[in-house]
Design a protein around this ligand. Structure first.
Ligand code: GLN
Length: 542
């Protein structure tokens, strides 16, 4: 039998006043602090929309779709969880309303509820509670942190708040509710305002949930009198009013939360020991490297969603990790692939020491990507192509080196005479769009004496995927004869996973997504090496 101390604690993170306050970062930071004290923690995101997962959502709607080891297409916050904790998440770490309803409806059709009227309470709320407690099964984790998407007061998040109310009742002090709110600063009045927070807590109270801890996002420090005022109006003690001040890097938030004692408040309220101190030496070293770069390197990220930083979240974070490893600041230039044409190339890439071509789907902006790759190849600029970026690199090579002028991917041009990139055999019969790509972790074997072999320092690697198309092996021989080599392949299917140019200082295209595996503790070797090569290119420009 498990002792009370060994039972999983459940922490809920809700948001009030506005969205985008950084619930994901607060959740990840809290988990980091608990982990740094020797506790085990996992983080889950509950999203109140009806889509089964964000896989079918346009990046403009929802930012990047993050992919886990087990092939779940998930919310980008899971990327933050992995980058902070350095532990993998899974399908169970991201649940949407669509998935909850799907499961309840399947049970209803199977006859599991025979005789009962199926209702939001208790059936939907039971399903939500089940999804939360699934992660705590067997007391595998000391803490399960559940972030509730959206803002309190939204109609669609009501069942989640109700599930929290019920769980609190059932689990007592094994449950803590952290409510993240905004304390706006009115410059005309030169004052921080607590009223929106009071209203937000009142809304929670209407639903029967009293927040235990308030994390207050603010652009100015909160003084003691403001903290006392919030405490008084919101039924918490002043020590449970935590300031979350704006900062220039998300990676500083765990340190800010440590200073504000968020972890201590959580440990006290869940009756867990707070005797030891969080061990954050490595984390602090990382921040130190991040803050004190010795040089700057300019890298261009070519994609079609460049107005929206969230669309390439994991790539941008991976470059930050790689920059810190190289003690350099990566100055990222976002380049819209639709704006690239041969006349403007020199201006666009002026001063650029590395070109990264992003993943993507569909025709739009494809020619710009291909043109950028030709420029990188000819000017010997370090190049990293990810997924569609790798596919474009092979198309460019086919057109301009192999002289197959109409070479293309059948995704963009089904009738191309040279289908360098073609639909995967297993994908041909698939008609449903959601969750049907080649997803999640697959093995890859690296060829010895290649650049990637040197970079990974290992023959056997595993990386995450999200695609339907592949390099057409019918063309492999002619590619290899002419200097573009498949340096990594899937050992079972022979699918090409990595292409590299032999006559180029650093030109690598990968069919997988290395960005999903870069963490603060383990920056991804491909990104680290790409930034290193870009640095060398920068130095060589003299
Ligand atoms: N659209 C391409 C495919 O499905 C590439 C996908 C991607 O870049 N993630 O194969």
């Amino acid at each position: 039998m498990s002792t009370v101390e060994s039972q999983t604690r459940y922490i809920f993170v809700t948001g009030g006043v506005t969205s985008s306050l950084g619930k994901g970062i607060i959740s990840a930071s809290l988990a980091k602090l608990l982990q740094a004290r020797g506790y085990t923690a996992t983080i889950q995101k509950l999203d109140p929309y009806i889509n089964i997962d964000p896989g079918t959502l346009n990046p403009y709607e929802h930012g990047e779709c993050y992919v886990t080891e087990d092939g779940a297409e998930t919310d980008l916050d899971l990327g933050h969880y992995e980058r902070f904790l350095n532990t993998p998440t899974s399908q169970a770490n991201n649940v949407t309303t669509g998935r909850i309803y799907q499961s309840v409806i399947e049970k209803e059709r199977r006859g599991d509820y025979l005789g009962e009227t199926v209702q939001v309470i208790p059936h939907i709320t039971d399903e939500i509670k089940h999804s939360i407690q699934l992660l705590g099964e067997g007391n595998k984790y000391d803490f399960v942190i559940t972030e509730i998407g959206g803002t309190v007061g939204d109609i669609e998040s009501l069942p989640y708040i109700e599930a929290i109310r019920q769980l609190r009742w059932e689990l007592g002090n094994r449950c803590v509710v952290v409510h993240l709110t905004l304390i706006p600063y009115l410059s005309a009045a030169k004052e921080l305002k607590t009223k929106p927070t009071q209203h937000s807590v009142k809304t929670m109270l209407e639903y029967g949930v009293q927040p235990d801890i308030l994390v207050c996002r603010t652009e100015k420090p909160l003084n003691d009198s403001i903290k006392s005022k919030i405490a008084l109006f919101c039924n918490v003690n002043a020590a449970s009013v935590i300031e979350s001040i704006d900062t220039d890097s998300i990676y500083k938030v765990p340190l800010l939360m440590r200073d504000e004692k968020l972890d201590i408040q959580v440990l006290k309220k869940t009756r867990m020991s707070a005797n030891c101190l969080p061990e954050l030496d490595k984390w602090e070293e990382f921040i130190d490297r991040l803050q004190n770069p010795e040089k700057t390197v300019k890298i261009a990220l070519v994609g079609k969603y460049v107005e929206l930083m969230d669309a390439y979240k994991s790539i941008i974070e991976s470059l930050i990790h790689a920059g810190a490893s190289n003690k350099c600041k990566v100055d990222l230039k976002m380049v819209h692939s639709e704006h690239i044409n041969t006349r403007k190339l020199k201006t666009i890439f002026d001063g650029i020491s590395g070109i990264l071509v992003a993943p993507g789907f569909g025709e739009r902006g494809i020619e710009g990507k291909i043109t950028a790759i030709e420029y990188a190849r000819k000017n010997k600029i370090p190049f990293l192509g990810i997924c569609l970026g790798m596919q474009c690199a092979t198309i460019e090579f086919a057109r301009n080196v192999l002289n197959l002028k109409k070479a293309h991917s059948t995704e963009m041009m089904p009738e191309t005479p040279h289908p360098i990139i073609d639909i995967m055999e297993q994908q041909k019969k698939i008609t449903l769009k959601g969750g049907t790509m080649r997803l999640g972790a697959y093995d890859c074997t690296l060829k010895e004496n290649t650049r990637v072999f040197g970079i990974y320092g290992n023959k056997f690697i595993s990386e995450r995927h999200r695609h339907r198309f592949e390099f057409n092996n019918k063309y492999l021989e002619i590619f290899e004869i002419n200097g573009m080599k498949a340096s990594g392949k899937n050992p079972e299917t022979d699918l090409v996973e990595i292409m590299e140019l032999t006559e180029h200082p650093w030109f690598i295209g990968v069919q997988f997504h290395p960005e999903y595996k870069s963490t603060v503790a383990n920056p991804h070797p491909l990104f680290v090496n790409f930034v290193k090569a870009s640095n060398e290119f920068e130095n060589g420009k003299g």
